[in-house]
Design a protein around this ligand. Sequence first.
Ligand code: GLY
Ligand code: MN
Ligand code: MN
Length: 251
Amino acid sequence: LRTHKDAGEIERIRRATDYSVAAHLAAMKAVKPDVNEREISALMQYEWGKRGCERPAYAPIVGSGFNSTVLHYSDDSNPIKDGDVVVIDAAGEYAMYASDITRTLPASGKFTARQREIYDIVLGAQQAAVAAFRSGKSNLKRDDPDSLYKVAFEYINTHGKDKHGEPLGKYFIHGLSHYVGLNVHDDNDYTVPLGPGSVFTIEPGIYIPEESLGVRIEDILYVDKDGKLVNLTAGLPHTADEVEHAMSGKP
Ligand code: GLY
Ligand code: MN
Ligand code: MN
C-alpha cells in the first residue's frame, strides 16, 4: 500500500512540498553573513506553518561552513560566515504526509569558483539520474544495472577532483534516494522498480570536510499514471545562477 501512493496521498505530499518551497524561497532572501543558522530554521518553520503544515517533517538542518559537511547536523546554532556555503535540508509535514527538500546557498549571495564547480557537479549528477529514469525499470538499489544511484555516483566520480587530485566519488557518502510518504524515509519495497505512484527523492551530495564545503541538492518527485516523472520541487531554483538570483531579491 505504501509503495504506490494514490492521488489523495500525492496531493498531501504536493501541499507539504508547496508550503516547504515557499519556506525555502524565504530562506534564500534571509541568508546573509552574521545571521544565525537557527534564525533561518525558525523562519522556515514559520513560513510553512502559517500555510498549513502541522510540524517539520524532520529536524531541520541549516549547516554553514564545516557544518555543511556534517550529514545530520541539526544544532542549527552557528552564525553564518561570509564565504561559507549553507546546506538547508528542511521541509514541513501536511496532513501527516512529509516533504523533503535541500538547497545549498552561498552566504554572500555569490558562489566562489570552487563552490560553483562542486555545485555544478552535484546538479549534473541529479540531472543525469533524472535523464536515466525509466518507469517500470529504474530502481533505488545501490548496485543494479537499473540503479539510479549508480548513474549519479558515476557522474560525481568522473567530474572534478579533490585538492589531492583524487576523484570525488568518495565524498558522496549517502544514498541517492528514498521513498517519501507518511514518514520522510517511508517504509516501502526497495526491490521493486519505480512506477506510477512512487514518490521519492533524488539527492546527490558532495561533502569535503577539508574544504569545509558540502553541497546537496534534493528534489522530491513522483511517477504519474502514465509513467512520467514529475518534479514536485520544480518551482525552486536549481542552477547556481538561479540560486544567486533568488538571493539577490531582484524580480
Ligand atoms: N532530510 C532527510 C533526508 O534527506 O533524507
Ligand atoms: Mn531525503
Ligand atoms: Mn532531506
